[in-house]
Design a protein around this ligand. Structure first.
Ligand SMILES: *Cc1c(COP(=O)(O)O)cnc(C)c1O
Length: 422
């Protein structure tokens, strides 16, 4: 029996309707930009396995560091204990985060990172004797699949069964440059009764909304308003963090900095799961007290796992290397050139780019997970390219180590998909 056949017996996959879903592909190994299936067919990983493996799969430098750490210290409780990898990571990460970020709180994945950010924002007010119970979020945002994270994500049929249990959330559209004042006024109106505890957003690019981009200046004004009105701002950089937008973080494009930031995905370079919620001194100080109950009573068993911290440290070193920075700049240019050639194609409705992220909306109207989308997906797979179209949007977020030739293979697969399928 193949792995694909054995898989069906006991496994339940994420985000999958097993009755209608096509076959899963069994991946045997991965190296650099390539995934290899059980029949040794290779695929270029055009989305860095959900934006994680940005330095390439099974990166030798990261593996070496992690192997050493595994022999030294595997796991220890992070409540009452500390260790070198966590301390070092805090020192190195704080150096490149926006200047106001001072404290790091660890967890396991992007959803828990935002869940913790939400709890920080709510308890920040609670600790000061204020009851604020509304959160503001962008329409079509995505912040994860746990309850708090689902609540602040955009409404979707997938979350329907749980809506009755959600936190109260008011949603505003993203600023697009032309509607900035209007969006700011919407936010002002929502905050009229002084019940808004926080505002959570994916800065500049909304990944799950098919890489929708918005206006940095517009977002900056929203953050400024929140800062002046005691509304805690949360930048969810789980997808955008660590170089994807061309800078270390999407918030580096803003002049007003968020109070809280969330990281995961590329944080550990795709090796092991981990997440961090960082915050400013102001947030930390609101929990610092002689009263036990004012602390943040949240914790996960594997908090700040030394192996995960080591992977993150090695990733940070690579990110800041000249080589990776040059690669990132080169990808930005390749996308710009490809975009020039393709953007006015009649079968393309629009294109957009933010740093190393590039997206194309096709000129068709279809469902997010419909048959057309599967046809596109299969076309890429047949051509040895792993891309994961969302509805009518094809997007690329390839590992930074991708070569020009490999990127051209992705572009060619997109070209031929447009000729043959659209
Ligand atoms: C992926 C993602 C999450 C959720 O992270 P998980 O690790 O899948 O729980 C949250 N926010 C954003 C912006 C994401 O892209």
């Amino acid at each position: 029996m193949t792995l694909t056949e054995r898989d069906k017996k006991h496994l339940w996959h994420p985000l999958t309707q097993h009755k209608t879903h096509p076959e899963t592909i069994a991946v045997k190994k991965a190296k650099g930009v390539f995934l290899y299936d059980e029949h040794d067919k290779e695929y270029i990983d055009g989305i860095s396995s959900w934006y994680t493996c940005v330095y390439g799969h099974c990166n030798d430098y990261i593996l070496e560091k992690v192997q050493q750490q595994m022999r030294t210290l595997d796991q220890v409780v992070f409540s009452g204990f500390t260790h070198e990898p966590a301390v070092k990571l805090s020192e190195e990460l704080i150096k490149i985060l926006p200047y106001n970020q001072q404290k790091l709180f660890f967890s396991d994945n992007g959803s828990t990172a935002t869940e913790i950010a939400i709890k920080m924002a709510l308890q920040y007010h609670f600790n000061q004797g204020e009851k604020k119970n509304i959160l503001v979020a962008f329409e079509e945002g995505f912040h994860g699949d746990t309850f708090g994270a689902m609540s602040v994500s955009g409404l979707s049929v997938y979350n329907g069964p749980f809506e009755d249990f959600f936190i109260t959330v008011k949603r505003i559209p993203v600023p697009n440059g032309e509607n900035n004042d209007e969006i700011l006024n919407q936010l002002k109106k929502l905050t009229g009764e002084n019940k808004v505890a926080g505002f959570i957003f994916e800065p500049l690019v909304q990944g799950a909304a098919a890489m929708k981009t918005h206006d940095a200046e517009g977002l900056d004004k929203l953050i400024q308003f929140c800062s002046e009105n005691n509304i805690i701002t949360i930048a969810d950089e789980v997808m955008t963090g660590f170089g994807k937008t061309g800078k270390y973080f999407a918030t580096d494009y803003l002049s007003h900095k968020p109070d809280i930031m969330c990281f995961s995905k590329a944080l550990t370079a795709g090796l092991v799961p981990m997440a961090i919620t960082s915050c400013s001194q102001k947030i930390y100080d609101a929990f610092y007290s002689d009263e036990m109950s004012k602390g943040l009573f949240h914790g996960h068993t594997y908090t700040a796992n030394p192996i995960a911290c080591t992977a993150a440290l090695a990733g940070l070193e690579l990110l800041q290397s000249d080589e990776i920075q040059e690669n990132i700049n080169h990808i930005v240019k390749l996308h710009q050139e490809f975009n020039k050639k393709i953007k006015s194609h009649p079968k393309i409705a629009s294109t957009r780019q933010c740093g190393t992220i590039y997206a194309i909306d096709l000129n068709v109207s279809i469902q997010r997970y419909g048959k057309f989308r599967d046809k596109l997906f299969n076309h890429f797979i047949e051509n040895g390219v792993f891309l994961r179209p969302l509805g009518r949007t094809i997007y690329i977020s390839a590992p930074y180590i991708i070569t020009e030739k490999q990127m051209f293979k992705i572009y060619q697969a997109i070209d031929s998909a447009i000729q043959k399928i659209v």
